[in-house]
Design a protein around this ligand. Structure first.
Ligand SMILES: [Fe+2]
Length: 151
């Protein structure tokens, strides 16, 4: 197997903020758990609970990030919150997909969800943490930080 496991924690995912990094680690761990559940074809109730746990933890995590952003007057706050809302909507669709037809929820679906989350971490959380850690140093690149999200 030559493909890297994107859901395994990697140094590049560490953004340099203890609380946020810890929550990201926990989310990836939950995604691996869901992947394992699907790979071993456990019952659909267990899979749905696992998926719901990911949704709940992600929403709690978004709320925590939004508190941190609001508390520090992060200039990219609105764009970042919109990205969270888009991710929330995407996850809601995945839950609906599962509920409509559990068999259609596959390892590829988990990989796609993982990609959405990892993309958000690398593209949107990274500049946020940079600002949280050094608000003055990054104020000059404000324009970049508020670039619209792809999602
Ligand atoms: Fe975020």
């Amino acid at each position: 197997m030559t493909d890297m496991d994107h859901l395994a924690w990697q140094d590049q995912y560490a953004l340099g903020h203890g609380e946020i990094d810890q929550q990201h680690r926990a989310l990836l761990s939950l995604l691996r758990h869901l992947r394992q559940a699907i790979a071993t074809s456990v019952d659909s109730t267990t899979i749905e609970n696992s998926l719901q746990e990911i949704v709940n933890e992600t929403l709690n995590h978004f709320r925590d990030e939004e508190k941190l952003m609001g508390g520090s007057n992060y200039p990219g706050y609105l764009g970042h919150r919109a990205a969270h809302q888009n991710l929330e909507a995407a996850m809601g669709k995945l839950v609906a997909t599962f509920e409509a037809d559990p068999a259609s929820f596959t390892l590829e679906t988990v990989a796609a969800l993982g990609e959405l989350i990892l993309h958000h971490i690398c593209e949107e959380d990274q500049p946020m943490v940079q600002f949280l850690n050094a608000p003055d140093a990054t104020a000059a690149t404000e324009g970049k930080l508020t670039a619209a999200s792809l999602f």
